[in-house]
Ligand binder design. Structure first.
Ligand code: ATP
Length: 596
């Protein structure tokens, strides 16, 4: 874990040195802080001789024997010590925050970059709630730790050592008694660390569960309302929320033990020092000033010990955070790209599947042996019973998933030999429901091709039969769309989806039942838009209503993991097989019943 944090903070070495110097000044000033009081008690109020080293430092400022002047100098020293300490603390605070923020920024970007590259398979098996929770809360924990805690551990240790040195110098046998408990205290703390870590893990797990429940609930608000399941959703949240409260209280009951234990130990040590110190002053072996400095050090001595102890708490938290971040960063379900991958140029649009086998879970194959060949510019329909793997076939072409055996070829080249981004740039995708992002209509269309200018976007919208309804909107193309496009109708969303693919101008077009969810009036507009979009491109359309692919040059019927039939509409009807049966189901009922 330290290596991971070390790698994160390495770029900020310069700033870390500034922070370290500031912390050293703070430590030195906290060591010097009780000395003005000692001067007042021993050399102004009392009659003790000033220590030679101190006298040597202050001599140029002192008039011989003038006690009030000594008091004034001690008072001024107090202000100088405090001011230097305060300045150092300001510098330390500012730069610590700066390192923390930049480390968090770097980590956030690294994680998001990784998440963008993970294959869709990862998202099929992982909820987004916990991922968001890691991206926010866990990174925040690491942010706090990366800068402040790592350095304060160093400074705490330094403070402990220098105070011990000074205390031994002031009175060594006395110090021995006072700090004899320290090893026991540290032992207790290290035992304690384990318990805190496991309790923290539990809390983070429950907090992620809250995120998952809330996210799912809010995203599915319409379905929740439609089915009147508000109470069920609330119960779900109540359960995880209560579990979080129990886990947090359990963790707190462990953590809260630390402070009282340390306080009691410190007070016992202080009591011994008070009792023995009084005796030493009475016998003249110790001055009042020395005892004051001693007591001040003793209370300060246990502070870094206690801080070190609470740092174990922070360490426990950050260890959990780092584990969760690394669980994502170490996931390698990435679609691999060859080092000598080919940059896809303009595709002619020839597509071939050669003996393709694939399953989301390799032990349950969806496709066992699928082969077909599509010539450039061809319009191909894919049909088959529900769940037969039509969408799966289509998702193998842009490499959303890789085949388990066989190959997918575009223009005669295995798709695994292409660079991924240019490959996908040449493929347009229209799905059953177009997902719109929070932003304006213009931004949503330009999402298909960020280089597209306003004219291109408007031209695409016109071709997609979308310009008319967009122009009627209050702010036209600059009208913001609600979350996931909820302020638009299904047909409008589809036409924006088509415009988005139009601006992309890709030679290959994949249509996954884009009209399935529409009523016949919307469908007409969308089909008309699609016809314009399809011109001059290779098109694979998964058919919902068989009439939409009647004119396809080739219809591929997927069933039982293989290509069951392949031919034109007329040829397949003549074969009187699966396609003919599916067609009859729709035709005979008189209505266009869904087959997929
Ligand atoms: N992301 C996924 N993870 C795991 N299994 C999946 C995933 N997507 C689909 N499947 C499974 O793979 C099989 C084929 O699904 P696919 O969506 O390709 O079929 P389809 O023919 O397009 O179905 P439909 O006509 O209902 O849309 C189904 O059994 C489905 O349960």
């Amino acid at each position: 874990m330290l290596r991971f944090i070390g790698d994160l903070i390495r770029p900020y070495r310069g700033t870390l040195i500034i922070i370290l110097l500031a912390m050293l000044v703070e430590t030195l000033m906290s060591l010097a802080a009780p000395w003005p009081l000692k001067i007042i008690l021993d050399n102004v109020v009392g009659d003790h001789k000033m220590a030679p080293w101190l006298h040597h430092i202050l001599a140029p400022m002192l008039e011989h024997g003038n006690r009030l002047q000594t008091a004034l100098i001690a008072a001024c020293l107090y202000v100088v010590i405090s001011a230097l300490g305060a300045l150092a603390s300001y510098i330390d605070n500012y730069y610590t925050e700066s390192v923390g923020q930049w480390v968090a920024h770097d980590l956030r970007m690294r994680m998001y970059n990784h998440l963008q590259r993970l294959s869709l398979g990862y998202y099929n098996t992982h909820q987004t709630g916990p991922i968001i929770s890691t991206l926010t809360t866990d990174i925040q924990t690491i942010q706090g730790f990366a800068s402040s805690s790592t350095l304060s551990i160093l400074v705490d240790m330094l403070t402990i050592l220098s105070m011990l040195g000074l205390m031994f110098w002031l009175n060594w046998d006395f110090t021995l008694i006072a700090v004899a408990v320290t090893p026991f205290l540290l032992l207790f703390v290290s035992r304690f660390k384990k318990a805190v870590k496991s309790a923290t893990h539990e809390v983070r797990k429950e907090q992620s569960a809250i995120m998952a429940v809330v996210q799912q609930g809010l995203e599915s608000m319409q379905v929740v309302k439609a089915f009147g399941q508000e109470a069920t959703e609330e119960t779900l949240l109540k359960n995880v929320s209560q579990a979080t409260v129990s886990a947090a209280l359990k963790a707190r009951s462990v953590k809260a033990l630390l402070s009282p234990v340390v306080t009691i130990v410190v007070s016992i040590c202080t009591a011994i020092v008070l009792w023995r110190g009084a005796a030493l002053i009475l016998t003249g072996t110790m001055t009042v000033g020395s005892l004051t400095v001693y007591l001040a050090y003793l209370s300060r001595f246990f502070k870094p010990v206690k801080d070190l102890a609470t740092t174990t708490n922070a360490i426990a938290q950050v260890t959990v955070g780092v584990e969760r971040v690394r669980a994502i960063l170490d996931t390698d379900t990435i679609i691999p790209e060859k080092p000598d991958a080919i940059e896809a140029g303009d595709f002619k649009g020839e597509i071939e599947l050669r003996n393709v086998a694939f399953g989301y879970d390799p032990s349950t194959p969806v496709l066992t042996d699928v082969s077909f060949h599509i010539r450039p510019g061809e319009f191909v329909g894919i049909v088959g019973p529900t769940g037969s793997g039509k969408s799966t076939v289509v998702s193998l072409i842009p490499r959303f998933y890789d085949v388990q055996s066989g190959a997918v070829l575009i223009d005669g080249v295995d798709v695994r030999d292409y660079s991924i981004k240019p490959l996908r740039d040449h493929i347009g995708y229209v799905l059953q429901d177009t997902v719109l992002f929070h932003g304006t209509i213009f931004e949503n269309i330009a999402f298909g091709n960020p280089r597209a200018g306003r004219d291109e976007v408007i031209a695409a919208a016109k071709l997609a039969n979308a310009d008319e309804f967009i122009s009627r909107m209050p702010q036209g193309y600059d009208t913001p769309v609600g979350e996931r496009g909820s302020t638009l109708s299904g047909g409008q969303r589809q036409r924006i989806g088509i415009a988005r693919v139009m601006v992309r101008n890709s030679p290959i077009l994949l249509l996954d039942e884009p009209t399935a969810a529409l009523d016949s009036e919307s469908e007409k507009l969308v089909v008309d838009a699609l016809e314009k979009l399809m011109k001059g491109r290779t098109v694979i359309a998964i058919a919902h209503r068989l009439t939409t692919i009647r004119d396809a040059t080739q219809i591929i019927v997927i069933s039982g993991g293989v290509v069951a039939e392949n031919g034109t509409h007329e040829e397949l009807l003549k074969q009187n097989g699966l396609y003919a049966a599916l067609y009859r189901t729709q035709y005979d009922t008189g209505a266009e019943k869904a087959v997929s």
